[in-house]
Design a protein around this ligand. Sequence first.
Ligand code: TMP
Ligand code: ASP
Length: 236
Amino acid sequence: MKKLEQIYEGKAKKVFETDVYDFVIVDYKDDATAFNGEKKGTINEKGIINNKVTNHLMKMLEKKGIPTHFVEEISDRETIVKKVDIIPLEVIVRNIIAGSLAKRVGRPEGEKLSRTILEFCYKDDDLGDPMVNQYHIFAMKWATENELELISDYSLKINKYLTEYLKDLNIELIDFKLEFGKTSDGVIVLADEISPDTCRFWDSVTGEKLDKDRFRRDLGGEEDAYKEIMKRLLGE
Ligand code: TMP
Ligand code: ASP
């Protein structure tokens, strides 16, 4: 498969056209941003780790019956994925209070929720990805009722499968963000990435943060944290 012209560049990835219909190549960068791009930096080898961790988890989820955009990893940083129209929603799944939820409700980080919370944000950097509800989503036609039901169902199942999988690796899944896309034949699939950039992972024994919060909050040790996640998941 030939890598053709770049069609998109985001904060953490580039996307390239290919010579195969409906397939594109994602290329993961080491660039790290936070607070909607206000804070910028790099995390050495993050692109390699996020590519491998994402693919590893997407393959696991596929086996459990969750459709994903994953096709084939072709290098350390590059993966062939199905071309999709991204549904302009970020789905946030929360098991433990942390981050913006802790601020919003004035509760300490680390408190276990009595049930899982799903949040939806409208994916628009210029607006800072504002939180929206079902009424906004249907009125703006970002997704239909059936589509949102499917996305919510997948998100809760993904939470269950990821939580179980990570528990055995002594990783507690605090919260994470998902994106879904629609293939040319109208099928909704999990897209984007599942990585320490998009999840909060805490060591279940020590409580140590093993994710992008180390970068967001200037805690240091982000490279080692990302490496530790890759080691626990892939043994590399
Ligand atoms: P939050 O607590 O800052 O709202 O983040 C919730 C989860 O979503 C956390 O695991 C980090 C992830 N996330 C992203 O992947 N991208 C984003 O732009 C934001 C704000 C959060
Ligand atoms: N990725 C987002 C950004 O740069 C936010 C984050 O992950 O904290 O802006």
